[in-house]
Design a protein around this ligand. Sequence first.
Ligand code: ASP
Ligand code: MG
Length: 464
Amino acid sequence: MLTMKFGGTSVGDTPRLREVVSIISQFINERPIVVASAMGGVTNVLLETARKALERRTGEVHAAVESLSERHMAVAQEFLRDDARRAALIKEQQASFDELTQLYNGVALLRELSPRSLDAIASFGELLSCRQIAAILEESGIPSAFIDARTVIRTDAAFGEAAVDFAWSYPRIADAVTPLVAKGAVPVVTGFIASTEDGITTTVGRSGSDYTGSIVGAATGSSEVWIWTDVDGVMTADPRTVPTARVLPAVSYREAAEMSYFGAKVIHPKTMVPAIEKRIPIRIKNTFNPSHPGTLITASSQAGERAAKTVTSIDDLAVIAIEGNGMIGVPGVSGRIFSALARAQVNVMMISQASSEHNVCFLVPRKDSAAGVRVLREEFGVDIARKFIDDVTVREPVSIVAVVGEGMIGAKGIAGRTFDAVAKADVNIIAIAQGSSELNISFVVEQADARKAVRAVHDAFYAA
Ligand code: ASP
Ligand code: MG
């Protein structure tokens, strides 16, 4: 068996859906199991419309549901020639739209929109999309069955980003999916959605269909999990920044997780978790170029001759620094800093402290910088008044540039080559961090310099 996950873009319109059918028939001998997302953009519309419902913008809510309905009904009309099949799908989709309308009405009446309601509303995207994919496959002569993941994947009640109970879910998924495959059918499982013990709808986090794909692959003992996307695989850098960027034939689970964290938006970081445990390879494949082998993600890095594999950057960040002689040798300062930031729900993306302890700096999203500075000035108000701490300063916009690769572990000179290249490009480095995993080196530059730095470092490792 082979689990294939198709994202929102791949299932977002009629021509792309035809591609999906063609890909599935091409690999039919592999006994595919399909996991799919909502049609591109639908999840966003569902959630935005929920906010409109909360504000009782009834006309806009009505129009949004109408337009979602038209978009899905058009697919049914265009694909399904068989009258009975088309009527059956339209009836089911209509029932979903009625239910969705009721949910929006409920939100408007109660003026209440909890994470739990948002999950219930968001789930319609995957339900509508996967039901239609199953019908389209049937119409194309491929026996298929729709599977609502809420019946086979159980989570806790952390709505919006629920944690999966693997022990409960794996056997349920296998029991639902495997007999269908044995009969020669292609199961189509909804990505992203699940439910609690009490049957309340949850979601596993935005862009979580990749993760569902990996969960289904692990549960069914699939030979591989293929993540279909619109690029040939994981690239050495963003090709818009670095025209000479190339596709990596293989990366390790750890590298892929590290890369997705650092802005290479190829795969959801959680996707690696079930795959690692069951040792199932993940492959990134291009729907526009299905014969390309893509990038294989396994336990082994196959580092080859290159120590560094990707160079990526994240923009729109701020460096917050705390400086002062009063911090030297005083225990608990870092603890206070990070507790204060956690209280303000500021996400810290990188930390750097020189061993002189005179300065601690860390990176936060720019949108959080004001809140971060505010809570730190509160927390350290007394210390600032006593001149133990000079001040809390912020510098923005800045970018993190990250170099990722397992080949850096134990290799010498990688940092030297990286920073030498940055210096030659005449880019100033504001801060540096290397995790002791040695899997990545990250440094901070002015946002205006980020692309130049990425190109320079990429050239240093990849120039022929
Ligand atoms: N439809 C969901 C989202 O937009 C899940 C996914 O696309 O992976 O976040
Ligand atoms: Mg996606």
